[in-house]
Design a protein around this ligand. Sequence first.
Ligand SMILES: NC(=O)C1=CN([C@@H]2O[C@H](COP(=O)(O)OP(=O)(O)OC[C@H]3O[C@@H](n4cnc5c(N)ncnc54)[C@H](O)[C@@H]3O)[C@@H](O)[C@H]2O)C=CC1
Ligand SMILES: N[C@@H](CC=O)C(=O)O
Ligand code: NA
Length: 435
Amino acid sequence: MSAEQVVRVGVLGAGVVGSQVVRLLTEQADELAARVGARLELVGVAVRRPNRHADIPAELLTTDAAALVAREDVDVIVEVIGGIEPTKDLLLTALRRGAGVVTANKALLAEHGPELYATADAVGTDLYFEAAVAGAIPLIRPLRESLAGDRITRILGIVNGTTNYILSAMTADGMGYDEALAEATRLGYAEADPTADVDGFDAAAKAAILASIGFHTRVGAADVYREGISAVSASDVAAAARLGSVIKLLAICERTTATGPDGGPVESVSARVHPVMVPRSHPLAVVDGAYNAVYVEAEAAGRLMFYGPGAGGAPTASAVLGDLVAVARNRVAGGRGPRESAYAALPVQPMGEVLSRYHIDLDVADRAGVLAAVAGAFAEAGVSISTVRQEGRDDDASLVVVTHGAPDAALAGTVASLADLESVRQVTSVMRVMG
Ligand SMILES: NC(=O)C1=CN([C@@H]2O[C@H](COP(=O)(O)OP(=O)(O)OC[C@H]3O[C@@H](n4cnc5c(N)ncnc54)[C@H](O)[C@@H]3O)[C@@H](O)[C@H]2O)C=CC1
Ligand SMILES: N[C@@H](CC=O)C(=O)O
Ligand code: NA
């Protein structure tokens, strides 16, 4: 291709992200052309209601996404519709006829990534998705390319802007949950159905993508243990504050090595999303609002931290545009970006076997023998206690127990036994703690 040539681009969806993609493509047309070595010509934008997009030239708008992806003259499809259907079929159609695809759709990738990759591979075209995890933060490309020579052992961080916005607002401003969610939605951070954010589905999809790339193993959305933030109460926030901590929704992906029956090492991977009490001294504790931050630990590189805006129209469009430039450059140069790398095929460890530390707040009767009964419940499950603190007295007595790391199933069993003790009036807060 020469500088006079063009790469034709079709955009699916012009909502929070898509409208910003169209704006940047238009406003930066000359600079993008100089960077790619060919003009990026926007040839169509599929929308649901054309009358709502006065800022996009009417001749570009179409309600027929299926026709846009099937057009033989469209070189790259940018998908910012979201959801599984009809999006999956639209992208498969585009890939099958050799178009490059750029998508921000983590839900689709976590569920159908292998099929999309295989289709792209079959025709030798590109599938890029930097915006799908941690918005504007360059994370997918560092994992797929920059760190491809290293051995990643852990990926941990805040990957959902909406829940981080809500938890930050509840912690710092004392804002109510519903008000904070409404504000995150108004600012364009939340998914079309914000249940995906607050119940942890969005973060779990991102964890699946990160674990798959980081550990060269297919990890799907269903492999990720998931708890959201809808059960996080003001009393949990207060309990965390008393411990010098804040609550964050973390995605944690780990590669673990155990000793197998023959004495040799047995590797597995795990991926989970749940609220965690994070000490205020930890860098993740100060990641506020819709910002995301992700640690990547690799054997040779050590610990890397990626930080920046994790949601919002313009930041996400930045990642989409970066991918679009990469795909367009590949087409100009006649090359391809990275393919799926799933050769390791490591087993996924069940959550019950994953080591966790718990913070447990108990409302107890303040009388002789209570502490022994509580300690007995931990001992029976083989869970070792790190610290115990008694607060208040008489009718207001509470015990705060922090455990050492133990299998999650043993900890969950201990909490159930504690709730059954006659001397425990109520288990008021149970939260995993960092470490
Ligand atoms: N908003 C954000 O901060 C981020 C969003 N994403 C992802 O980007 C994608 C888009 O997100 P948003 O722009 O926030 O959503 P949005 O709901 O604002 O925009 C989606 C648009 O697609 C349109 N649409 C739906 N089905 C269509 C169809 N069949 N044909 C044409 N148009 C159709 C909708 O009418 C809507 O205007 C999602 O996959 C989301 O998970 C990723 C990172 C951050
Ligand atoms: N709803 C998502 C958007 C970005 O991925 C979030 O809040 O992080
Ligand atoms: Na990103």
